[in-house]
Design a protein around this ligand. Sequence first.
Ligand code: KMT
Ligand code: NI
Length: 183
Amino acid sequence: MVRAWYMDDDPGDQRTEHHRNPPKFLSLEELYKISGVEYFKLNVKTYSTDGVLDKIKKERGYTYEDETTCSKECLPNYDEMLKKFFQEHLHTDEEIRFILDGSGYFDVRDKNDEWIRIEVVTGDMIIIPSGIYHRFTLDVKNYVKAKRFFIGEPVWLPYNRPADDMECRKQYLKKLEADFKSI
Ligand code: KMT
Ligand code: NI
């Protein structure tokens, strides 16, 4: 089950949970309203035949998919890549990940520029909207295997903060202002 909470300011080890004291958790509805992040639960044993993923792909126009594994053994330039994932950035398109195995944290900025940590585990599908500042880290288990989706030809390019003049950022802020009601 996906869990989300506000982070503390302790830089410490990025792979640990970093709860605020006292902890402040968010429901998926709250998370959506204040960030536009969407979430689906899939069955990792049956997703290729049960039609749930196919329906999401069709409705959202995801025509491209591949798989990625992040671990010391599987990811070329592991240390460098993990540093890159954890740099605060945005994309011109959605970042869509379906966790097949393992776990990790996506951190997203809320309206007030506070970090929200979203834990993803096996079976979670998360959609990070275009134009939101975010970052990713593995947790202490150092392992995740995920499917990536894209509408059309994939563009993985991150734009590190500050990227406030980008059109996708401006569009994102407009939707945020409207609590993502029209999506
Ligand atoms: C990304 O872009 O941050 C990643 O692909 C991270 C690994 S997938 C959970
Ligand atoms: Ni990203």
